[in-house]
Design a protein around this ligand. Sequence first.
Ligand code: BEZ
Length: 210
Amino acid sequence: MTIRLGDAAPDFTQESTEGPIHFSEWKGDSWAILFSHPADFTPVCTTELGQVAKLKPEWDRRNVKPIGLSVDPIESHSRWVGDIKETQGEALNFPLLADADRKVATLYDMIQGEAATTTVRSVFVIDPKGIVRLTLTYPASTGRNFDEILRVIDSLQLTDGYRVATPANWKNGEDVVVLPAVKNEEAATLFPKGFTEVKPYLRTTPDPRG
Ligand code: BEZ
């Protein structure tokens, strides 16, 4: 099944390094990032899991719960977790699904390519209402940039609350653009810090928060 932006995130129950997880209950009304790995005991995956663990304060600040997935069994995960702590200097501080029966991988279409049996590097960002807000698919050979995923979450959380969008390479705190549907008269009220009209369709305004 192809999962598209705006779809309800499929629910599941699966074994994990923190015991059985019923996804919607575990997530509650937080945001979540569900991301898959090709296999346990692989170098890129090891660095990725260490990196996500190191970013815990950043996930917490945004009310995001990370959850990883690999299609290896729980016994394998339990041994690998020790290596992650040893080599990455950070213990795993979020659950890693043991999707040995490929239940979740199949549900989220994480196994891609002719004759493939393991997952690619999929990413799903899911909002507090359980809606898929971002999907990314990386090849096995390329480790993900989790700063970029945090950046997109910052954009989603800002643009959910204000009638703005974020421009290319935007980072939290930088100027944003006013949605084209907002008329200038309305923009003057919505954005008390003012806005700059570069073109009638391209208007910038400072971060509207605070
Ligand atoms: C890795 O995680 O290091 C990896 C996994 C599959 C293919 C290539 C690299």
